[in-house]
Design a protein around this ligand. Structure first.
Ligand SMILES: [Zn+2]
Length: 364
């Protein structure tokens, strides 16, 4: 049986340690409960990916600068997930699963981290947290955004306190936020690239806001309060395809500044790069049911990786290791308000969004 390490205090000197040195104090994933005035805890998860240090930097600075001598406004339950990978500044070690695929509901429930995360989920469910926040970075140029797994008012209200850009996703399975979405409002924060100070500042501000809220509001949002995107597909590069960027002559040469396309609505006919060899389909696009939908989005018959319909990518990265370990990017579709105008809607409104009352305004 894997044992959950649970503490009711910060180990001595922990706040002095950068993410890469936490392994000196922590012997595995560690859940730390700190008591505040309001006893209902805020759950915060950091370092599920060892190179994504913004979450730990935010917690560390928040506790050091504001609460070293003052009482916390609300109890905090902090999960420091992967100090081992953080030691090497890696997303995960080669002998580790991706921790953010090991939570209940995913395919790795029987793995060692899977059993541990089941215990953490059970433990936190019993404490009825006000909300759950999982803090990440990405490796390309991306705006800060919040992701949610359920379109409900309290999830949207939580997320919009971080960013007006909100991404709704249901795959990959086994993520922390998805698992906690069953019992509390949960969000995943994408705070830009690791090491950027404004990502830490932004996270600290958000955590402060959450700690001072009495409850997450449940009033429905007007359609124009958030830009809501649905993550509809994942784009992967097969392991045996050689990739490069710019002018490097490889089988696939992506355009140099590929990641500037993140969160841009791209029309059909845009090229993501040149094809100089390799298999006939150098990308595989899978929808949320893992069905191959590559031809729906791209064509490859003109020596280019060319879009065949409007798409909006996120998490495009120039990091080849990340591309092969995780994916090239995700594809998103805006949840178009005008598709849901009363009387013409084919789809029901997502929970949590009300139609705008203002005449002439697009609404959902
Ligand atoms: Zn991450």
């Amino acid at each position: 049986m894997v044992k959950l390490i649970e503490l009711d205090h910060l180990p001595d000197g922990l706040l002095e340690r950068p993410a890469s040195a936490l392994h000196h104090s922590l012997d595995g994933p560690t859940l730390i409960h700190l008591e505040g005035r309001n006893k209902q805890p805020l759950f915060v998860s950091v370092l599920q990916h060892g190179n994504e240090v913004t979450g730990w930097e935010a917690i560390r600075r928040l506790l050091k600068s504001h609460y070293e001598f003052d009482e916390l406004p609300r109890s905090l339950s902090i999960l420091i997930a992967n100090a081992r990978a953080a030691k090497y500044r890696l997303r995960r070690l080669d002998d580790q699963l991706d921790y953010n695929r090991c939570w209940p509901g995913g395919q790795h429930e029987d793995s060692e981290p899977g059993k541990l995360f089941q215990q953490i989920t059970d433990r936190m469910r019993s404490l009825s947290p006000i909300a759950s926040i999982d803090i990440h970075n990405n490796t390309g140029l991306n705006p800060h955004y919040a992701a949610i797994n359920r379109v409900r008012p309290e999830f949207l209200r939580l997320a919009e306190n971080f960013s007006s850009k909100v991404v709704f996703f249901t795959t990959p399975l086994g993520t922390q936020s998805m698992s906690f979405s069953g019992f509390c409002p949960a969000t995943t924060l994408e705070c830009g690239q690791a090491g950027e100070v404004h990502g830490t500042d932004h996270s600290i501000g958000f955590l402060e806001t959450c700690m001072h809220m009495n409850a997450i509001p449940t009033a429905p949002l007007d359609a124009d309060e958030v830009h809501l995107f649905h993550m509809v597909a994942t784009v992967r590069v097969p392991d045996d395809v050689l990739i490069g960027f710019g002018h490097v002559p490889t089988e696939i040469t992506f355009r140099e500044n590929l990641d500037v396309l993140n969160f841009q609505e791209l029309p059909a006919g845009i090229s993501l790069g040149d094809i100089n060899g390799g298999p006939p389909k150098p990308l595989r696009v899978a929808d949320i049911n893992d069905i191959d939908v590559t031809d729906h989005y791209f064509r490859f018959d003109r020596g280019q990786i060319e879009t065949v319909r409007e798409i909006m990518p996120s998490m495009l990265t120039l990091d080849r290791r990340v591309i092969h370990q995780d994916c090239l990017c995700y594809l998103m579709e805006r949840i178009h308000f005008e598709d849901h105008v009363e009387g013409t809607a084919h789809d029901p409104l997502p929970d949590g969004i009300r139609r705008s009352d203002r005449p002439g305004e697009p609404s959902i």
